[in-house]
Write a protein that binds this ligand. Structure first.
Ligand SMILES: [Zn+2]
Length: 126
């Protein structure tokens, strides 16, 4: 407790490094590569360096940089997941005129779809 006082500790970047090291160690149980071993060791050193660092501002900036790189990727996967859930009961079409995504219920045969944004009508199988 005393030791951790004024030290940086755990943030998202450190958490990801931890999982990464853990993953490498698991994989390396099977393939036993010296290079992977070295990589996991270096990552572990970097992880502890960041955790015990007293330079809070610098570590915080590193984490902010990391989060800014990762969040667009997270958003992309979130969107894919969302679409997958919607596709179970809806069909998604892009409006041919304004490219707006339009959601229609599945299994209604050929229907005329009216774009809610630009009022363009187009016929699709639902
Ligand atoms: Zn439209």
């Amino acid at each position: 407790m005393q030791f951790m006082q004024g030290r940086y500790g755990i943030d998202s970047l450190n958490r990801v490094i931890t999982w990464f090291v853990f993953g490498i160690i698991i994989v390396n149980l099977f393939i036993r590569s010296g290079t992977l071993n070295l990589i996991s060791l270096l990552l572990l050193i970097y992880l502890y360096f960041r955790m015990f660092s007293r330079n809070y501002t610098k570590r915080y900036q590193e984490n902010q940089w990391f989060v800014s790189k990762v969040s667009p990727i997270q958003r992309f996967f979130q969107r894919q997941k969302n679409h997958a859930i919607q596709r179970r009961s809806y069909r998604l079409y892009k409006c041919p005129k304004c490219k707006q995504m339009v959601r229609v219920p599945k299994g209604k045969g050929r229907i005329a779809i009216c774009c809610p944004k630009c009022r363009e009508e187009f016929v699709r199988r639902s």
